[in-house]
Structure formats: C-alpha cells, structure tokens
Design a protein. Sequence first.
Length: 761
Amino acid sequence: MVLGVVFALTSQVQGQVVVINEVMSDNSHGVTDEDGDHSDWIELFNPSQTTVGLEGKWLSDDPDDLQKWPIPAAELEPGQFLTVFASGKDRHDGELHTNFGINSRGETVLLSEDDGTTLDVVAVLEVRENASFGRLPDGGDWRSLDNASFAASNHENDVIVCSHNSGFYDESIALVLESFMGDDVHYTLDGTIPSMESPIFTDAMVLSNPDEHPNVFSNIRTNPESNWRYHPEWRAPQSPVDKAHVIRFRSFRGGVPTTSVFTRTFFVDEDIHEKYTVPVVSLVANPQDLFSDSLGIYVPGDLYDDESEDWTTNYLQRGRAWEREVHVAFFDQEGQLNLTQNAGVRIHGSASRSLPQKSLRLYARGEYGPRHFDHALLPNKPHDSYKRMLLSAPIWPDAFLKDFMALEVVRGMDFECQGGQEVVLFINGEYWGVHYLRERIDEHFVAAEHGMAADSVVVFSPQSWENPIPEYWAFIEMLDGMDMESASSYEWVKRVIDIDSYLEYMVAQLFMANYDWPANNQKIWKPTHQDGLMRWILYDLSWAFEGVEYNMFEHATETENMGWPNFPETTFLFRKLMEHDTFRGDFQSAFTSKLQGQFNRTTTLGKAEKLKRRVAPEINRHAARWGFPQDSATWSRDVDAAIHEFLNDRPCVIETQLAEFLEVPAVEFSCEGDLDELDFDLGPNPNTGTFAIFNRGDETILGTVELYNGKGQLVYERGSVFVYPGLRKEISLGVLPPGVYVLLLKTTDFQKAFKVAIVNN
C-alpha cells in the first residue's frame, strides 16, 4: 500500500494492538503527496497475528489534546502498514492527511482511543533531512533510520552498537562494534568515509595512548612556501603532537549501506582528565575534503598561483561549493561529551585565511544532521542553541588574546557582541592548537540575542563595497543635507538608529583603539519592519590595543585619508552627529561614565589576567604544534606588553585626548591617585634568589622590578610585572652572589625600595 490508500470501512476489532512504526519529520526531497508536496508522514503498523480495526482511534501531536485527528474506519491485516501524511491539510477521503504537522526538530506523536486511552506514544528525535525515526525491527525499539521506508518494512536499515561512546579514558579500552541486523561493519581510522573496500570490523580493537603515533595531517603544508606577506610561516611540528583515536564505521548488506556513517573520538591517556585546561573540540572529516589539491579547503591546492597568491588558492574560495561535511564533538572542561553531530564546515575570515592555522565556520544543517547546535556552548551567553559557530584561530605573532580580551572588556555594554569560549581543537585525531569557539555574526546571531525569528532581521555592512541595504544609504544621504544644530534633525536621527546603542558602540571602539575600523569590521542590524531601529554589532577587535597613545578621536573623524582604515565615507556619521550639542554632551557623559566604571583599570586588568590564566597552560603545546609563539614565557611578556600595559595606561591617556577632542578644560574623570594606597610586601627574605611580591591591597600593581647590588649596579631588571589584588607574583633572580641587594618596585605613580638578602642554597 502506498500514498495512504483508504481501507474498506469495517467495524473495529476489539482488544487488538496497532503501533506507530515510523515518523518522517523532515521530508525535504523524499515521497511527495498528491499535491506534489514533500509532506511529513506517520506510519502505523499491526505487529500482531490478527486483524486490527482503526475506527475510534486518534492521532495527535499534543498530549493535552489526544483527540486531534480521527483515523478513518479501516482494518490493518497482520504485518500491514498504513501511512498518513502529517501535512495539516486534514483529509479523510482518498489520500489521508492529518490536521497537524511535525516539527523538524522533533516532537511527541500519540495514538489513542476514543476513551482517552493512549495506545502508543513516541517522542520523535531530530534527525537529518529525509531520514526517519522508526522501530527496528518493525514494532521493536525506536531508532534513527537512514533509509526511510514509506508504507513498508524498516528492515532495510541497521543499527550498530558501539561498546564505548566518544570521550576521555584514563586507561586502554577494548572497542567492540556489533551490527543489530547481522550486516558487515566496515571502518576507517583516518577520517575517511567507510566503503565496501574498508576493513570489516571483527574482533575487539584495543585503543591505548596514541600520542606517539606518527604525525600525518599536521605535516601537510597549509599555506604556500612563498607566502611572505602573512607571518608566521607554516612549519611541520618537530615532535609528535597530541593524538586521539578516530574511528568511523558503517554497515553494508549486499553492497548497499544500511546505516549512515558513525564517528567516535577517543582520548586515551592516564592523565587525560588533567591534560587540557579548556574544553576540547574534535572535528573529523574526509581527509580529501580538507587537504587534497582538488577538493581540500584548508590547503593552497590546485587553485594556487604563485604570481597571485593573495587571490588564488583553495582556502580563499567561498560559498556552498567550498563547504564540506564534518563531524563535530564537543567535550567540556571535565571531559564530558556535550554535543556530537554532523555539520558543514568552511574556511572563515579574510586575510587570515592565508595563515597556517585557519579559522573555521560550522553550519548546522538538516542535510547533515540536526539543524542547530543544541547545547549551552558559551558560558558568557544564555543560549542553549546555536545555528552557526566559528572556531577562530589566533592571529600570531600578535598577543593572541586581543580580540577575545577586548570583547570581554566591553561585554555588557548596549550593543551586540559575540560570546566566546577558549577550546583546543583536534582535526582527524591530531592536535590543532588553541581556538576560540564563538557565534558567527549573522541574522541567526541577532535572532538568538533578541528572541526574534531569523527572517525578521537583516544584518549588513555599511562599507560601500559590501552593498548595504538601501535604507542605510538613504539615511546617510538624508543626513548629509541636514542641519545638525536643529533639534528636529536630531529627533529624526533617533527614529532611524538606536542612538544610545550607537553612543556606547563608539565609546568602546575608541577606548579599545581598534585600528582596523571603521572602513572595515562594521556590521549593523535592524528588524525588517519599517520602524525598526538600526543597531551596531561590535566584532573583530584583533587590531585593538593599537597603542596606548594612539588618538582614536582623530582616527574616527578623518576626512583626508582616501583609503583603509578610515576614509571619509566611513567616518561621516560620527562627524555629523558630533555637530549636535545633545549628542556631543551625551557622548561625553557616556565616555566618562565608562572610564569611572567599566573601564576602570582594576576591573579591566582583572578580566585580562583571568583570560590569560585560562589559556596560559596551553601555550607551550600550541607553540610546539605551530612553531609560534616562541614559548609560554615570550607569549606572557607579549600579552603584558600589548594588552596589560594598554589597559593600565589607557584611561590616563584618553582622559586628556577626550578633553582635547571635546574642547573642554577637563572631563569628569581623573586617573590620578588610584594607586596611591598600595599595600604590598616581599618574602621570603632572606631568600636564595627566588621570592614573591604579595599584593595585600585592593588595586592592581603594574610596574618594573630593578635589583641593584651593593655598588649601586643594576644586576636584574624585569618589566611588566603584574600583581593582582590578593595575589602574588614570583620573581626568580637567577644565580647571584650571596649578599644584600636593593630591590626597587616602580609603578607609574609610585615606587618603593626593599633590602633583599640573598643566601646560599
């Protein structure tokens, strides 16, 4: 029987059983109904040995309304199927259609009697497009089925039972794969999709620590040897990188697949639960899709032209043609598997694509698996579901934390910005270094932030070459002809843009000295309805912390430069609004308020140090994988010099620049005096050349340590010494002769001398 053929009317056969046997909740290109639509469907099955009557039975998707759609009177013979389209079309004659549909993300389907007795119920899980959720064997346990069987037996499917789930294991495991239907299970260990030519799994496979296995994918060059413009250059790791076991498996019957491809990742190490200090992401893909010359998205490939390398290479290509299927597994900091599913992957970024380590964009699509990444992946966001994610690679040799740290400094201000989480990435079982997991900026990002539908949002870039929406340029053109000293003009502006949000957005960009802006890295969003206000999105601050003395007020009001990063077209809006007294005053108030509060250096330095500590244990391992940074100590000094010193000194610098920009004698903020009450001491003393500075006060200490011998000669110096409130900083002087020395701790506003006695070990 096909297409819900109506059975002859008959009286109900009492006391017999019928069950829901299969549900299709995401029919994108499978069976069509009589209207040519790809409607979802529900299959009923009689597993008994006697005929079952259907009169008086109901289908529903609502536990509170069991009698939603009556099943027409009919009989099901033993072993017979009846399929009803769940289309919402509500038809009882000819082709059968319920008066409800089924959510593609899964929902409950119920079969009940007239008296309210529930005969069968199934909580349909989300499955990939055109796969179904059904019983195997027919009438048995519920499974995700890759071969949907409309009005027919589910036996053309299989289920593979795997003895171990993906995870962290502190001792060797014996992996066993068993086919539920007795089919042959073929497997691979390198990310390749299993085929009939792949080995057949027979006996248990013992998996032990794989770290010393030879590097494979880590040895593949990921940018051209002649790539001189973007540094650092690619180099192969000089020693084995950390590894995980990756196994992919699939069952076949008579040369035909009876399951989709399953993927598992196993980390095996006696110290695995202490090994990584941040969550771990495992990506597994067909190696050809990532690294082959013809298809590989991560390599220069066949498209590389050494005479035009900035515009050619595989990894510079964009769009769906350069999206590949990948399996994603996310393990939290305790090693628990939080998410595992297939998705799409592309290379992400602009110039950064040419770096050896590349950023990746992940797409949750029904054709691969679930349509969303359903887990609370980012601790600084309240969401438990995401549509598109990024694995952002650090841009070296910069201080690496710039973008991520800048966003944490400004988080909570009145504009949208990405959440983030430090992770370490493995690709096909090989360590791929530190990345930042974060949201992609698009309509789905805004929809999640504001509880809106994605199709009710438009996100655009105001840069002229990216074709912003017509409303934006209409707004700019209208503004160009306005007298901004007029109150009515300003009121009109406030009906087009969210002025409070824009004020805080500008304060953040200017304070953080984001050089690669505003001619780049601007995004704006608005609701699609006519009265929706434009709001700015802060993102990509990898060029922030440009320099503590850099004058961003001049940068953001540039009128002469005709190119990147601040040609007049992109500075126009801010310049025009500054002509209005109310905006000017509100801008001053917003800036001074942030300097007094959120941009207070104790607050910002505390956030910076917290982030630095979270990722610091991974730096040496990352350096060994990619050849940069040089080592953890060098990285730490770079972070202190590029970021910590900026955050410490920026408030004092920008106080003066802000007053000059506004042409006022002073602003309501003073950076002076907040380090006058330092409370710290040193110990142990005497010592053998190693001691600690203890900060017992409420303010962060940032300064330089100098050590002088008895002759007044400088014998040791260390800059960028940070000691946070309530914490200590260890100082190791190296090998020095025993004696009494003078240690001088110097900060911007304060200095103090100690006598230090060094004794023999």
